[in-house]
Design a protein around this ligand. Structure first.
Ligand code: ATP
Length: 284
């Protein structure tokens, strides 16, 4: 929906800094958006991720599965820069993210939802989504503060994006209600909208089906597919709900005890003896 605008904005910034950089840094359109290479994370004696490697191709939905304690959340936390890797590399569009702080990830194009919602419960739906719009902003803050006109323009643009997302996610009826007063399924849609407000290229969804009923999970599958298409998104999805993850993913990566045990299409991964053993509790 607006990925091309983001790309143009990014190129304009790069050219303004140094025109000669454009030819050097021009992204390969066929390269994966995300590369995870040989990532190790240790917590004392626990090896949460053990030399994990995989790619997430542009504009695909990739599911990350594995039994409890497999290392899925640890990997998400590395991608959000909430955890440090012990070793290995993570690149977004060919550039390492490992030297960036967590607060820079939205501007870099990574948006995220959380397993246990991370909304502001006493703020309204509109305000929560507006926060997402401002989270991504990476212009010249001092110049904006000094210019009332510019600041008004920025706020108007953010409000327009928030209202667009409220309409897209059919949240119009509750736009000015406090999030704490809303059912859990609706709160999940608000968190989804807030993540989209950051205009991510890579959207990380952490167990979006958790706590939803059967009907809501069906709606969620349509929402993820539709959003991926309409916003040209690349999605990495951690999910225990096998019906959802197998139904919507183009590619699946399976972890167990911190190791990658399978990667392939949903059919290939479902047939993998290592995956079957891991879910039956037979794997080491
Ligand atoms: N901050 C931490 N400190 C110590 N150990 C941790 C920490 N975070 C995760 N671990 C450990 O790392 C391993 C992987 O945990 P992680 O939460 O990543 O698994 P998961 O696949 O997300 O599990 P679940 O599906 O239950 O959420 C587990 O053994 C866990 O106890």
């Amino acid at each position: 929906m607006w990925a091309s605008a983001c790309e143009a904005e990014r190129c304009a910034c790069a050219n303004a800094m140094n025109p000669s950089l454009e030819s050097i840094t021009r992204p390969d359109p066929n390269a994966p958006l995300l590369r995870v290479r040989d990532v190790v994370v240790r917590f004392g004696g626990i090896v949460a991720l053990d030399h994990v490697s995989f790619d997430v191709p542009k504009q695909k939905i990739v599911g990350l599965i594995g039994p409890n304690g497999a290392g899925k959340t640890t990997l998400f936390n590395c991608l959000s820069r909430l955890y440090e890797t012990t070793s290995g590399g993570i690149e977004l569009d060919g550039l390492s993210i490992l030297d960036l702080p967590a607060h820079a990830m939205a501007a870099r194009g990574i948006g995220r939802t959380f397993q246990n919602l991370a909304l502001f419960p006493s703020a309204t739906v509109f305000e929560n989504i507006l926060i997402g719009c401002h989270t991504r902003k990476h212009g010249n803050l001092l110049a904006d503060m000094l210019s009332l006109r510019r600041s008004r323009q920025v706020n108007r643009a953010a409000a327009a994006v928030a209202n667009e997302l409220i309409a897209y996610l059919r949240l119009g009826d509750v736009a000015h209600r406090k999030v704490a007063q809303l059912p859990f399924g609706t709160q999940k849609r608000v968190e989804f909208a807030r993540a989209l407000a950051m205009k991510p290229r890579l959207l990380l969804l952490d167990e979006p089906a958790c706590g939803l009923n059967h009907e809501e999970v069906e709606g969620l599958a349509e929402l993820i597919r539709g959003t991926q298409r309409d916003f040209d998104l690349t999605v990495l999805l951690v999910e225990h709900h096998m019906g959802l993850v197998m139904g919507i993913s183009d590619w699946i990566v399976a972890l167990n005890f911190g190791r990658r045990i399978a990667a392939g299409t949903p059919a290939q991964v479902q047939a993998s003896p290592e995956v079957i053993a891991a879910y039956l509790g037979e794997s080491k």
